[in-house]
Design a protein around this ligand. Sequence first.
Ligand SMILES: C[S@@+](CC[C@H](N)C(=O)[O-])C[C@H]1O[C@@H](n2cnc3c(N)ncnc32)[C@H](O)[C@@H]1O
Length: 230
Amino acid sequence: MPLKALKKIREERVSLKKPKNKEERSAKNAENFLFIKQLVKNPKALGSIVPSSEALGKFISKQIDVNAEGCFVEVGAGTGALTHELLKAGVHPEKLFVVELEENLSAFLKKSLPPQVHVITGDASHLETLLPPHVLGHVEAIISGIPMMNLSVFEQLGIIRSCFSVMREGGSFLQFTYGPLSPLPAKKLGLAKKRMGHVFLNFPPATVWRYMKDEKEVAGLMQDAKAAGK
Ligand SMILES: C[S@@+](CC[C@H](N)C(=O)[O-])C[C@H]1O[C@@H](n2cnc3c(N)ncnc32)[C@H](O)[C@@H]1O
């Protein structure tokens, strides 16, 4: 393994803190129990057996400008593993909108996150109606924990279309995945993609991708649709 990768693992390990006391331990156990309960209920939507690690949350937080003017949206927040890291990295709670499909999980998020964070129960493919009007067009970045690989292209398109419709021009969509390939068919969705890096200290190890609207791809898709008389 290259030296750079080893150094990165060591840095990440430092940040993988174990619960310090009894209270923290029982909170972590409650989080894991709820996660597994939801996994049994809806394995396709969960797509993982444990919440993301602190190391993955930290890595994702480094990919955004926490001081940017706009808001941040997290879709598929689960039990809030990434949310806590976004807050620790400096995202202002008032500017953070967290969208979770499962009611049990969003109830947990409402209880466990600072009250200023906006927790919304709903489907990420309806952000235009879920987010308050003043946020539309002012979203700096969207962080996604939704297991995209479990979805059809049609379902992925619904989420991507909705996410980019609320984003500011030039905003980006961050997605983690456990496989080696892009979890979204970028070209088909009119997106440009970039692999941002790997996080080894996660179970399973994860890769983070950034997607942006690719104007050239979108123009091409529109031309194709026009040629096909749609
Ligand atoms: C793998 S879990 C990730 C949880 C958390 N972000 C983490 O990294 O630990 C995926 C979450 O996405 C949620 N989800 C799946 N489809 C969704 C959708 N269309 N809209 C909003 N949330 C969704 C699931 O309910 C689940 O909580």
